[in-house]
Design a protein around this ligand. Structure first.
Ligand code: DI6
Ligand code: FE
Length: 403
């Protein structure tokens, strides 16, 4: 006998093996046992099964739990003053070069204790969860010395252990040059390569390594050194690439079999082709595009043509994407970048799972996967993208349990 049978529902499985938009099964049912999905199908086909709890959902739509595969959720302070500076005409790059930007979050993050970081991030995490997120990636990158980076990764772990959400931690080792390394770039890169990567790997505090490959960030050669260290220590890589300029970061990431390249507003066909051959995911971040009032969009048509799967994420961060709404990103992915609602939802489910290397575990409503589900009171799945920030699911289920 199963633990639960969700019935009288429509299911946007997002499973590419199920034909039709959203891999939808109308008038469906889902069997759950030990936190996993044991059967998905039409209600009549599951009618013969018994479960401890049979739960009719009154015609609601069920989707996979949303996956936010790119966030900087943990940081000290906020950057609303910088927001005001930008409204007065300063550019993001100017503020960064003037010693503000990422570096100002670094100061506040270093100053905060581990517990303070956790408690500052917790309401942000809960806001994401209320919007339907069941898996969230969290990057470090506002510590930028060995102990502060480890403190951030420990905060990510503590949040995952104390909240009903899967947390996937990433070491963002090369994010900005911290003030004490002005004039000693090489020494900072060595610190990241020789100390941060081994420490994060040995402590099991990160599954992947990331960097900010930009004119105001780090060069392809510097990122290459970091990725070599990651490879040596058995960590996957991913890259902030081609957001503000084109340094050919996507192609570099492809050389290392990266999980994803993220942003990509300035990516070209060579980069997109390399991503396709490497089986990478393109993570699109409409919140940052919106907040920086960018006009150059990521090359969605090229990505489609080359068959590169597109994910969508909040990029929640205090500088360029202070948003806590996954569903707002669904809307923005459609309205700002031209994704279809089906592409946008795939971007926060099946393709986001792949961007985290979790495609066997989560991301679709399929037999064998974790029972991470959202139940939405909507008439069609496209409604999730149509509302400008849908408030969130009626029920959120993680590993078979309502939260
Ligand atoms: N992700 C990042 O890491 C940078 N931009 C982005 O979209 C910088 C974030 C920040 O300004 O704190
Ligand atoms: Fe980011």
């Amino acid at each position: 006998m199963w633990d639960r049978l969700l019935t009288d529902c429509h299911i946007a499985t997002m499973d590419p093996q199920i034909p039709g938009p959203f891999g939808a099964i109308e008038d469906g049912a889902i069997g759950i046992q030990d936190g996993r999905i044991v059967r998905v199908g039409r209600r009549i086909d599951l009618a013969g099964y018994r479960a401890a709890r049979v739960e009719p959902l009154g015609g609601a739509w069920v989707t996979p739990g949303l996956i936010d595969c790119h966030t900087h959720l943990i940081f000290g302070g906020n950057r609303s003053a910088e927001f005001e500076q930008r409204l007065n005409g300063a550019s993001y790059e100017e503020i960064a070069r003037g010693g503000g930007g990422i570096v100002s979050s670094v100061k506040a993050t270093r100053f905060a204790s581990l517990d303070e970081l956790v408690e500052q991030a917790r309401p942000r995490l809960r806001a994401l969860m209320n919007g339907g997120v069941t898996t969230v990636e969290i990057k470090s990158g506002y510590g930028l010395d060995l102990l502060s980076e480890m403190k951030m990764l420990e905060a990510a772990r503590a949040l995952g252990e104390s909240e009903s959400v899967r947390v996937v931690p990433t070491l963002l080792a090369l994010h900005a040059l911290p003030p004490e390394h002005k004039g000693s770039r090489d020494a900072f890169v060595r610190l990241a390569v020789d100390e941060m990567v081994p420490a994060a790997a040995e402590a099991g505090l990160a599954t992947a390594v990331d960097a900010y490959c930009e004119g105001i960030g780090f060069s392809v050669d510097e990122v290459r050194e970091l990725f070599e260290a990651a490879e040596e220590h058995g960590l996957r890589v991913k890259l902030h690439a081609e957001q503000l300029s084109n340094l050919q970061g996507a192609a570099l990431a492809a050389e290392f079999g990266a999980l994803s390249a993220d942003h990509l507003e300035h990516a070209d066909e060579a980069g997109v082709g390399a991503m396709a051959r490497a089986g990478m995911v393109a993570v699109l971040l409409p919140g940052a595009f919106y907040a920086l009032r960018e006009t150059r969009k990521p090359p969605v048509d090229l990505l489609r043509r080359h068959g590169v799967p597109m994910a969508v994420a909040t990029d929640c961060n205090p500088g360029t994407s202070p948003t806590l709404s996954a569903t707002l990103m669904l809307s923005m992915a459609c309205t700002l970048f031209g994704l279809t609602p089906e592409e946008a939802l795939a971007g926060m489910t099946v393709n986001a799972a792949r961007a985290l290397g979790l495609e066997k575990e989560v991301g679709t409503v399929s037999t064998g996967k974790a029972a991470d589900l959202c139940v939405w009171r909507v008439s069609r799945p496209a409604e999730l993208c149509y509302w400008i920030g849908h408030p969130g699911p009626e029920r959120r289920i993680v590993a078979g349990v309502d939260h």
